[in-house]
Design a protein around this ligand. Sequence first.
Ligand SMILES: [Zn+2]
Length: 275
Amino acid sequence: MYYIDPHIHMLSRTTDDYEALARMDCVAVSEPAFWPGLDRQNSESFYDYFRHLTEFEPARAAKYGIQHYSWLCVNAKEAENLSLSREVLSFLPEFLNRGNVLGIGEIGLNKNTRNEAIVFMEHKELAIRHDQLILIHTPHLADKLRGTRMILDMLCDDQRIRRERVLVDHAEEHTIRPALDAGFWVGMTLYPTTKCTPQRAADLAERYGTDRLMVNSAGDWGPSRPVAVRDFIFEMRRRRHSESTIRRIVYDNPVQFFSQSPAFQAPIATEDGPA
Ligand SMILES: [Zn+2]
């Protein structure tokens, strides 16, 4: 079964991982801008990062027959630095018409601070002004519920936001419902230790149905499995869900959501994988 990983940080992965993804029938990936493991000292580092996400990484993915899309922003962790964030936001629009850019992301909150909220709102303005899709990072662990509520409030308070153009990611049992009920798309992240396991994601899919639901590996430089979406497919098959139900979550839904961006072209593959 062909699938799309809608949230994976390929910059942190090796070419072996691209090969593994291709072997597992991953036909497209989307890579949000994120925190590289240390806070960057100047805005030029972001400039080069955006070049990497829009030039080098798509070319690397193409060698393995995988489409590569990206999202641009200052992540919530570095958004604590207000002046740096504003410098980056001043040149970010230059990159929005690059061929593989789907929108603004992953924006959100980390420790739910005032500066993070300010930078979040400024990204939101940018997305509205440039008619971009939005990919949301919800905070981890203890602050997740509060942070998710704050983010949903900031989005829902703005009448200009078209909720079908926003993906709220890293959802778990206690945050999925408010995001779906508000009309947003929702992503579940399949991490080996934190966030959602494939089993918990399958439970959530059974409980909430397949509408506006996606799963991703969020493969990055920490403990993560770049082929985790495949684990979800196996778990759903083990539970005897139909191929069309599974494909809806791992392929059709990402295609439907991403297709709202003119940059996205559905991968040619639309049928089940090779027999
Ligand atoms: Zn991420």
